[in-house]
Design a protein around this ligand. Sequence first.
Ligand SMILES: [Zn+2]
Length: 96
Amino acid sequence: MGVMPCGRQGCDEILCHKLIMGQQYICDGCFDELNEDRKLWPSSMMGVEVRERIETFMQTSPGATKLLDEEGIDAEFKRLTGSARWDKDEDEDEDE
Ligand SMILES: [Zn+2]
């Protein structure tokens, strides 16, 4: 059996069984997440939009499409910006 790495950006899974769009593998975890994401899609879409949604999803990192609570948003903001400026208790009047 060969190694079939997950085609999603940033995913380290290498034992995938599911082929999507006829060209890349997706692991169970990412596929579950894709299905969760799908629940938020519009109820009316063109076929090409479905493909675009899936392609866009595959360019996100695992966990990126999960809905975040306030704490999660804060953590993600800090991770992306390397900044804790969103914290209310620190000095916030420091301009660039
Ligand atoms: Zn994956």
